[in-house]
Write a protein that binds this ligand. Structure first.
Ligand SMILES: NC(=O)c1ccc[n+]([C@@H]2O[C@H](COP(=O)([O-])OP(=O)(O)OC[C@H]3O[C@@H](n4cnc5c(N)ncnc54)[C@H](O)[C@@H]3O)[C@@H](O)[C@H]2O)c1
Length: 453
């Protein structure tokens, strides 16, 4: 990734911006808006987060966010608060970036959006024009719901606002980089005035600002994420087939990715399927949105099913090697984060795999460069030792399992590390090792659909 001179990139039209929610999307967005020269107030209902941010410490890890926030706090163009009035009163633009987790049936839970819209309505200044923008990933039609919520909160006061959508495409771990370097900014509204105000926030960036109607904008985010899950699932199924026919999935991925119509990205197979805070919930939410509109989105139905099966196929691989009673087996685990470069383990496939293996009685020694604390919160201590160095994961274990694609996992000296194990067995769910080198190093190496020459 190229270096960006952050100090040179500034807005031409500074605005008063409120950001609602200081999570993995809201906080980096607020930091970047402030860095561009806007006056930003971030609101969260979680007072501990707000206090931490105002003291210059970040509740999440994202590169550059801490330094941007510290600088903006010193320049007094950023503050975090629990007080909606402070943020929303006189704001030119309010971005809603609260969570939209899955309900039990897989639809998007809109309770945080509803609460935010109501609180915004309660606190908008009368007369002052404000654009209320949904940045959270939401079903089509949410703009109407936000309008109704704001009006309910305003309770008859003469508020002057339009709603808009600005779906977020940032990748966790690269949020700031992506905010400067995104391939497009999508803005949707049925009001030209709102689109004009919103585009001024991004027009200093060297990127396409794609203007569309609000419903299309809402759907673009789900369509983008579910297309990517489909691409991952496709290559995962190719890996399953490679395993049976003696082909190599990495070669197949490279060979098809060279075709510009297909493209190389998101063709990395993963034996445990896709996970994380967005993909699983978004694919379910779009599938459910189809059903609510009398349409069965069959491709997504398959994506959901195949992805569920991937993890069980992987567990089966381990139990085939060691038997289904793992009580006397100690497994080393590399990675709990749902992807590299983040401390986020929400809906991480790694967490599910650890739970399953623990269910079979295994003892686990677990390491992650950043997401160990989150994993510990989610899994507790039963049968699990959390270790602070990767070397420890190999120490007297019966097998090592690689579950996250941290780049440094590629560079470890596996040939020597396996000498400390009871058996030199590695299950590489993330395709990090070269199977030929692994074989030459005497490693009993498992990775679905790889060919050893
Ligand atoms: N995480 C990602 O990589 C990513 C990427 C693109 C889009 N999104 C979407 O962005 C949205 C936010 O995701 P996230 O990962 O940042 O969530 P998150 O859980 O990390 O953060 C949400 C924050 O909102 C706060 N909140 C809840 N209700 C509130 C209210 N009424 N008023 C003020 N604050 C409130 C919570 O306390 C929390 O801090 C979701 O819709 C998600 O799908 C996420």
């Amino acid at each position: 990734m190229e270096n960006i001179n952050f100090d040179e990139i500034k807005t031409k039209n500074p605005k008063k911006i409120a950001v609602i929610g200081t999570g993995y999307v809201g906080l980096p967005s607020a930091a970047v808006f402030a860095k561009w020269g806007n006056n930003v107030t971030a609101v969260d209902v979680d007072i501990a987060k707000v206090e931490m941010i105002n003291s210059g410490k970040m509740p999440i890890y994202e590169e550059n966010v801490e330094e941007f926030i510290q600088e903006a706090l010193a320049n007094k163009n950023f503050i975090a608060t629990t007080d909606y009035a402070l943020a929303v009163k006189d704001a030119d633009v309010v971005f809603i970036a609260v969570g939209t987790p899955s309900t039990e049936i897989g639809t998007a839970d809109m309770k945080y959006i509803d609460e935010a819209a109501f609180s915004i309505g309660q606190n908008l200044s009368e007369g002052k024009y404000t654009v209320v923008v949904t940045k959270s990933t939401v079903p089509v039609g949410t703009n109407k719901r936000v309008t109704a919520g704001v009006l309910k909160g305003a309770n008859g006061r003469a508020v002057n606002f339009d709603v808009a959508s600005n779906p977020e495409f940032l990748r966790e771990g690269y949020a700031v980089y992506d905010s400067y370097n995104g391939e497009r900014v999508v803005i949707g509204s049925d009001s030209e005035k709102a689109l004009d105000v919103l585009s001024q926030i991004f027009e200093h960036l060297d990127t396409v600002i794609f203007r569309t109607d609000v419903s299309s904008s809402e759907l673009i985010k789900y369509a983008a994420n579910t297309f990517l899950t489909t691409k991952i699932t496709f290559i995962n199924e190719i890996a399953n087939l490679c395993e049976r026919v003696g082909a190599d999935v990495k070669s197949v991925a490279e060979g098809i990715g060279l075709d510009a119509r297909i493209g190389k990205r998101f063709l990395n197979p993963t034996e445990i399927g896709f996970g994380g805070p967005c993909f699983p919930k978004d694919v379910n939410a779009l599938y459910q949105l189809g059903l609510e509109n009398n349409y069965e989105f069959q491709i997504l139905g398959s994506v959901i099913n195949v992805n569920k099966q991937q993890m069980f196929r992987f567990i089966e691989r381990v139990t085939q090697r060691f038997g289904s009673n793992l009580e006397n087996i100690t497994l080393g685990v590399l990675g709990t984060a749902f992807k590299d470069n983040t401390d986020d383990a929400r809906h991480s496939g790694a967490i599910d795999v650890i739970r399953q293996l623990r269910g079979f009685g295994a003892q686990l020694k677990v390491y992650d460069p950043m997401a160990l604390a989150t994993a510990k919160q989610m899994l507790g201590e039963q049968n699990i030792e959390y270790v602070d160095s990767y070397e420890n994961v190999f120490d007297k274990t019966d097998a090592v399992i690689i579950l996250t694609e941290w780049k440094q996992f590629k560079d470890y000296d596996y040939e020597n590390l396996v000498k400390n194990m009871n058996n030199p067995v590695i299950f590489d769910a993330r395709y990090m090792l070269d199977p030929n080198k692994a074989k030459q190093s005497g490693i009993e190496y498992y990775s679905r659909g790889r060919k050893v020459l």
